[in-house]
Ligand binder design. Structure first.
Ligand SMILES: Nc1ncnc2c1ncn2[C@@H]1O[C@H](COP(=O)(O)OP(=O)(O)OP(=O)(O)O)[C@@H](O)[C@H]1O
Ligand SMILES: [Mg+2]
Length: 228
């Protein structure tokens, strides 16, 4: 179980997030939606320790992590796929995934579930990351983040810049992973969210304004929040 409790975040002057509370249990895909600038990425940066959180608690399996440095949080079991998926283009698929294992204690090789979940990466093991398509690079970024079997996977706009036909594949992968770890996704693409989310939080101006299962959300309010 992963939780944010009454978290505030700031880049220096003024609070970008206020009073943000959310839960992301294992077995569920939890989505955080909101328009440009709402504070979605800042929420994920708060989880990782990449932005100051002067108030609030961040809990991973009931342990407070808000005072830990970034690398300690990664070691405690948070896999982060940042917005714009940063893979190493000059390294092979296999090498990229192996880098993800660096965060793990008692390493070992690439676990079997990786190539089972991402068959395309198995096929292209020896290919350079930079030679993959956008959708395949997104899969590689996710594979790298989950190779160390984190307790929590956080994804920042995994569908951004990806062809609609490939988005489905990303959805399948995420749905498969939720049995192994808690998954928290930031998204603006509502159709995708409605398909994969088990629970949604809606953010506006750095606050959560609404939450619920996708089908119980007030669709009118949701559309109004997302468009401007
Ligand atoms: N490094 C920074 N320094 C100062 N302010 C920032 C910084 N990064 C983001 N902000 C501000 O924080 C607010 C929230 O930004 P954030 O990137 O979290 O939004 P977002 O919901 O992820 O938007 P998008 O959908 O465009 O990615 C915005 O007003 C933004 O201008
Ligand atoms: Mg963002």
């Amino acid at each position: 179980m992963f939780e944010l409790k009454d978290v505030y975040a700031s880049y220096g002057e003024g609070m970008v997030l206020r009073h943000v509370s959310l839960e992301a249990p294992k077995g569920r895909v939890t989505c955080l939606v909101g328009r440009n600038g709402a504070g979605k990425t800042t929420t994920l940066k708060s989880v990782m320790g990449l932005v100051k959180t002067p108030q609030g608690k961040i809990l991973l399996d009931d342990k407070e992590i808000q005072d830990l440095p970034v690398y300690e949080r990664a070691k405690k079991g948070i896999g982060y796929v940042p917005q714009g998926r940063e893979i190493f283009p000059q390294l092979t698929v296999e090498e990229n995934i192996l880098l993800g294992l660096e965060a793990k204690k008692g390493k070992g090789g690439i676990p079997d579930f990786i190539y089972e979940t991402f068959p395309i990466l198995n096929e292209f093991r020896k290919r350079k990351g930079g030679d993959l398509s956008g959708g395949q690079q997104q899969q590689l970024a996710i594979a790298r983040a989950v190779a160390a079997e984190p307790a929590l996977l956080i994804l920042d706009e995994p569908t951004e810049g990806i062809q609609p036909s490939v988005i489905q594949e990303i959805g399948r992968v995420i749905t498969e992973l939720k049995s192994r770890m808690a998954v928290l996704i930031v998204e603006q693409y509502l159709e995708f969210v409605m398909e994969i989310a088990d629970y949604c939080y809606v953010m506006e101006n750095g606050r959560i304004i609404m939450d619920g299962e996708p089908e119980e959300l007030d669709q009118e309010k949701l559309q109004a929040t997302m468009s401007l």
